[in-house]
Design a protein around this ligand. Structure first.
Ligand code: TNX
Length: 544
């Protein structure tokens, strides 16, 4: 009897390991994955073969494999005979899903095919995740067997928009952090990086026609307290090229009409009264905003757009649009005249007019506008993308009106919120409830009650890393405990592991999403972060 029980336990254990092994710890979990009993070991003689058009993806894979293995690997154009090779190729029959891929790992041969270079890139990310965690290290790691379990994978994303926002206005991150952040995103097959380039606290984009935007608007504080910075046009080109290679679309946000004090401080004529301000050093939402009554406001924006779109090829442009307060427009004769001339009743309608004009201005560049959910109002005639943050009802309105939605909910994807209410949790923004890993994982972009017919208009999910709490001393003191390189590590900390949950809910078929299983796979990812040099929140062990 005892013997039988033992056998049963052993069998159950074996099955358990087998089933979690079958997941191979990949995040996001692929659509279909099957072990085939073989394996492939990357060795000094392994070659990466690429079909026409895939040289950049082959070189990226080479660059990812070389440092830790220490092997002098080579790439070569694909020929008919391949041994000990990783083959990257295009397959038209897979073109229907431009980010999908098929991966087969067998003894002596890895074949990765996809309908596009993006799919091939994602296949390489899956491969890297299946290798020992040391593969993410930039230093040579001896005595590691670079073995990959034999599998057959068919994969494709659930949603086309899997994004993250970096608030580089409130807290300026230099180019190097942005490049690193793109790597962090690419590891999890995230594909939209939204840069919040403009806010009251800083203007971060070089515009040659308006040099004060950066000489004045990118800096705050005096003397030793002065902080800030901006991206030169060359920096942006480099960021966009780096991102494009990794299938990340970089969307610029030029906030308007509110959250714009930094540019008003640089060019006072942009506000209704022309009053001179300085860039604020403490977080608050300025009541000052761009003047909707003056034509010069739109002339300025036209110039800014012209330079901006030379840097950002994305088909999307984010115009912000959140939290406008209208007291200035109410007492501005030009704005009131505009309102009367247009037969509008409210200042809210004036903002719709503003958005609508911007929508027309950027149309000639082929851009679709994206904005915070406040922009989803009657009157916005052409299609727009609403980032649904504080009002889920806007997703319903957007869908009914033919617009698109991206879920950026304060309750699920505001990664600036703290990660739990456990005493001792590292502080973060506290104006909304803590967002635990499980909470992120519970996000279903098809909000409850949304009719299935609107599914094509729900583009996906988007995490937001706001930095407004960063300009206060208190939080900085807390995070200095984390690391000498405190700010960047802190942003990493907010990102990981929660972004991996966001990635899975935007990629993996709903029927395969399972938090318990995800947590098991995630436990192997902390070593990947350690090797890659990414910060993260150390999981708190369960007390039961
Ligand atoms: C709300 S979300 C804001 C931001 C803040 C953020 C802090 C949105 C469109 N506006 O200005 O940084 O909350 O969590």
């Amino acid at each position: 009897m005892i013997r039988i029980t033992r056998w049963v336990i052993a069998a159950v254990l074996l099955l358990n390991t087998a089933s979690s092994y079958a997941q191979l710890n990949i995040i996001p979990l692929p659509k279909n994955i099957k072990e085939n009993g073989s394996s492939f070991t990357v060795s000094a003689g392994t070659k990466i073969f690429y079909a026409k058009g895939l040289k950049p993806q082959a070189e990226l894979l080479l660059a990812a494999l070389s440092p830790a293995t220490g092997f002098d690997l080579k790439t070569a154009e694909l020929t008919s005979s391949v041994t000990n090779g990783i083959v990257l190729k295009l397959d038209n029959s897979l073109a229907a899903n431009k980010e999908g891929y098929r991966l087969s790992v067998k003894t002596g041969l890895i074949t990765l095919s996809a309908g596009s270079a993006a799919g091939v890139f994602y296949g390489t990310q899956t491969l890297l995740q299946m290798l020992p965690a040391e593969i993410y290290n930039k230093a040579r790691k001896k005595d590691v067997s670079w073995k990959i379990t034999g599998v057959d994978i068919e994969d494709a994303p659930l949603y086309e928009w899997r994004g993250m926002m970096l608030d580089v206005s409130r807290y300026f991150f230099g180019k190097d952090y942005v490049l690193k952040f793109i790597d962090m995103m690419a590891m999890y097959k995230m594909n939209v990086l939204h840069l919040h380039l403009v806010d009251d606290a800083g203007w971060r984009l070089e515009i040659k026609k308006y040099p004060k935007l950066t000489s004045v608007g990118a800096w705050r504080g005096e003397g030793a307290e002065r902080t800030g910075g901006y991206y030169t046009q060359e920096d942006i080109k480099e960021i966009v090229a780096y991102a494009t290679l990794r299938n990340v679309d970089v969307i610029p946000e030029i906030e308007l009409p509110a959250h714009t004090l930094s540019s008003i401080a640089a060019y006072p004529h942009l506000c209704c009264t022309g009053e001179q301000y300085v860039v604020q050093t403490q977080h608050s939402i300025s009541r000052e905003l761009y003047c909707v009554g003056k034509e010069s406001t739109f002339d300025f924006l036209a110039d800014v757009f012209e330079e901006t779109f030379k840097m950002f090829p994305s088909k999307y442009f984010h115009l912000g649009g959140d939290e406008a307060q209208y007291d200035r427009w109410k007492v501005c004769p030009d704005c009131q005249k505009r309102k009367a001339d247009l037969g509008l009743k409210t200042e809210k309608e004036l903002q719709v007019y503003f958005n609508q004009r911007v929508q027309q201005m950027v149309k000639k560049y082929g851009k679709t506008i994206v904005g915070w959910d406040e922009i989803i109002e009657d009157g916005l005639k052409e299609k727009a993308v609403g980032m649904i943050w504080h009002d889920p009802k806007k997703a319903f309105k957007a869908s009914e009106d033919g617009h698109y939605s991206v879920m950026t909910l304060t309750t699920h994807t505001y990664l600036d919120m703290s990660q739990s209410s456990i005493p001792g949790e590292v502080k973060a923004a506290g104006w909304s409830n803590p967002i635990t890993l499980e909470k992120v994982y519970s996000l279903n972009p098809m909000l409850k009650g949304l009719d299935e017919k609107y599914r094509p208009q729900i583009l996906g999910a988007h995490g937001a890393l706001w930095g407004d709490q960063f300009i206060h001393g208190t939080l900085l003191q807390e995070i200095s405990l984390l690391n000498e390189n405190r700010s960047e590590k802190y942003f990493d900390y907010l990102t990981f592991p929660r972004m991996s949950a966001l990635a899975e809910v935007s990629w993996t078929p709903l029927a395969k999403q399972d938090f318990g299983d995800f947590e098991k796979r995630l436990s192997s990812h902390y070593r990947k972060y350690d090797n890659a040099g990414y910060g993260y929140r150390v999981p708190v062990p369960k007390l039961v």
